[in-house]
Write a protein that binds this ligand. Sequence first.
Ligand SMILES: CC(C)(COP(=O)(O)OP(=O)(O)OC[C@H]1O[C@@H](n2cnc3c(N)ncnc32)[C@H](O)[C@@H]1OP(=O)(O)O)[C@@H](O)C(=O)NCCC(=O)NCCS
Length: 184
Amino acid sequence: MVLPDEIQTERMTLRRATTADAPAVFERYAQDRDVTRFMAWRPHKSIADTEAFLSSQEKAWSTGEGHRCWALVPHGEQAAIGMIGASTSISGTELGYVLAQAYWGKGLMPEAVAALTETLFQLGVWRVAACCHVDNLPSRRVMEKCGMVHEGTARRYLLHPNVDPDVPADCHVFAIVRPTENDR
Ligand SMILES: CC(C)(COP(=O)(O)OP(=O)(O)OC[C@H]1O[C@@H](n2cnc3c(N)ncnc32)[C@H](O)[C@@H]1OP(=O)(O)O)[C@@H](O)C(=O)NCCC(=O)NCCS
């Protein structure tokens, strides 16, 4: 699916992530243990880890396949403060997101999720879903604020290596679906 390189929100530009984002991403959140606690990846030990991740993103953007990430950049700034990613197909998209701690609590991620969801609906996607570890209340709140509905708790769903490296965690699954004429 062809996804836009850039999406505008009220306070941010979401733009295609590149390896040039590595210094900001590493310094601002990728090595932060609090930020990465509920992520499916370990905190980055060096900027090389961040570059390797962003290089895989560049490849996904150039082939138009696989999981793709947009950097969150506040208007008037250049450096990324977080990322939002999507694994996309027409039948459904799964979102993931992360934000540097200094920017938490300002409603920025709900703004990014809502804008990306709207873009995906305009591209014809029927369902936008996300999941979080059952203890990740901030992430749950993002999904609720974006009008996603709690569809259930999936048991042993996803490994969260910073919580338990051996046993996949129970996760809340949320989704929002594109309305049809009959729903209105
Ligand atoms: C989840 C996350 C993206 C939320 O983004 P955000 O832009 O701060 O979202 P909001 O401002 O809407 O706040 C959402 C909730 O975070 C919590 N929160 C707000 N400020 C906070 C702070 N300074 N510290 C801890 N939690 C905070 C509150 O529960 C808030 O809900 P409320 O508005 O009902 O009080 C962000 O907390 C984050 O990056 N966390 C680490 C990465 C992560 O867990 N990603 C999701 C994986 S599923």
